[in-house]
Design a protein around this ligand. Sequence first.
Ligand SMILES: Nc1ncnc2c1ncn2[C@@H]1O[C@H](COP(=O)(O)OP(=O)(O)O)[C@@H](O)[C@H]1O
Ligand SMILES: O=C(CO)[C@@H](O)[C@@H](O)COP(=O)(O)O
Length: 574
Amino acid sequence: MEQTLPAYVIGVDYGTDSVRAVLVDARTGAEKAQAVHHYTRWKTLQYCNPAKNQFRQHPLDYIEGLEAVVRRVAQQVPADQVKGLAVDTTGSTPGPVNADGVALGLLPEFADNPNAQFVLWKDHTALDEAAEINHKARTWGGEDYTKFEGGIYSSEWFWAKIAHVVREDAAVASAAHSWMEHCDWITLLLTGGELASFKRSRCAAGHKAMWHESWGGLPAEEFLTHLEPKLAGLRNRLFTETYTADQVAGHLSEEWAQRLGLSPATVVAVGSFDAHAGAVAGEIEAYSMVKVMGTSTCDIVVAPTSEVGDHLVAGICGQVDGSVIPGMLGLEAGQSAFGDLLAWFRQMLEWPLQHVLSTSKVLTPELQAALREEMSNTLLVQLSEAAAAVDPAESQVLALDWVNGRRTPDANQALKGALMNLTMGTSAPQVFRALVEAICYGSKQIVERFEEEGIAIKQVIGIGGVAKKSQFVMQTLADVLDRPIKIAVSEQAPALGAAMYAAVAAGIHPDVLTAQKAMGSGFAETYEPNPARVADYQARYAQYQAFGRFVETATVGQSEEPVMETETPAITTA
Ligand SMILES: Nc1ncnc2c1ncn2[C@@H]1O[C@H](COP(=O)(O)OP(=O)(O)O)[C@@H](O)[C@H]1O
Ligand SMILES: O=C(CO)[C@@H](O)[C@@H](O)COP(=O)(O)O
């Protein structure tokens, strides 16, 4: 009998705080090894200014992380058995590069300049530029380039960020030959190819850079220079074609094969975004929504292109042919804060531990540190237990989940979070419950938007940190959505999805659907909605929506999308 030789693939997933790699058997998906690295400079928020919503990441954090995690997993098997590697990253996270594709942040003259670093997805410094793009797209007399991106361009995305940085920083503007999404830049680095002929990611370009085949790729030069004269000529130095993540971007360069302990014969697939790769590992199929629930959420849906046709889904983060599964339309929505909203509340409660405890004359510094660590590790779990005991029918506190703006439906990153109905009797678990409900109501608005726009959601699948860590959030979500939520087994779904793309690019599986079947790890559990809770949540959802309209109306003039002046809505609470 013929013996099949072992074949492994590596998926590299760059998240917000850390990068991880998994080494998996390309035929079965069985995980052989995994490794995680937290970005060193990011940990201390170098290059960032949270007060201004400025979040930048240095390319050395990415490079150091890549070497650390890939070397560790690669050493588990002989180098010639690793057939493919693929990278997914957060997005839109673009950075400026020179004509050789070197990230400007790596050059000594730009090493300390935040504008020369990668502009992380959650950086909202480009609010004004996003508003201008929205206004100009509708009024410049040509194509509305936002139409396949939900009709509203966001400050989280490619062109808004580039326009903002080139306006702020003349030195970066003139040194930036081109700009690259993080997922493209790492893939270029690994393959050592030419920048001009490099295969850029369809997923990144279609969802964030207003790339569409129907208008010949990126928005016209005339539109871009109308937006910002400093963008003149950049379009020609970017790209026209884009490629799906199952395609070969190249092979590992000699230098990177050596640095990672791999063979130069290893195929490197085209890059993708974390949520899209995660959806592949979550075994997404037509009309399923995979919710990637971490600090933020990305809600990914796929549908046969032939069935959606040219129908535009308003208010989401775009619909792109082949952005998740080649041959199908990939649709993306999401919330800018999900676990982050709960982390914000935890930080509020921890304030005395951080700032008052250090003045204690009773507790030693060691005891203080131990107390801080214990609190940090257990607070969300304990709050969840206490909040689960609060009866939603009797709960008065209402929250809005927009602490990091609203990504969808209808992007408006200028919106802020809010709490109402606080009394002298309000307790921390009640506020926590309101925050958990708010992130679930935000999710419900997204599901409703898809369905109102004619995209049926037949099942909801959960992946990501919160899906794994919080039964309370998942049960609340099932009750609020009044739908079952299936939780995928994989702990590292985006990395596994990237590994699936790598296996197709390396020729081990003919297409992504076959790779999903062979390499998928299935589902761990399903949260069923509790019928006794559904009606209460439905009533509170109506209050959440009224509260949202009230706050949005009150913040007119601070948005990416001008809010129509309406009468301030009345909010009725039970
Ligand atoms: N027990 C918990 N209950 C609810 N949320 C939690 C819990 N533990 C961690 N989280 C949230 O999970 C988020 C991190 O999710 P994760 O998927 O690991 O991160 P990322 O989005 O960076 O990939 C944090 O925002 C944190 O607040
Ligand atoms: O927006 C996208 C992808 O389109 C994500 O990269 C972004 O939400 C970051 O996700 P994580 O918080 O790292 O899970």
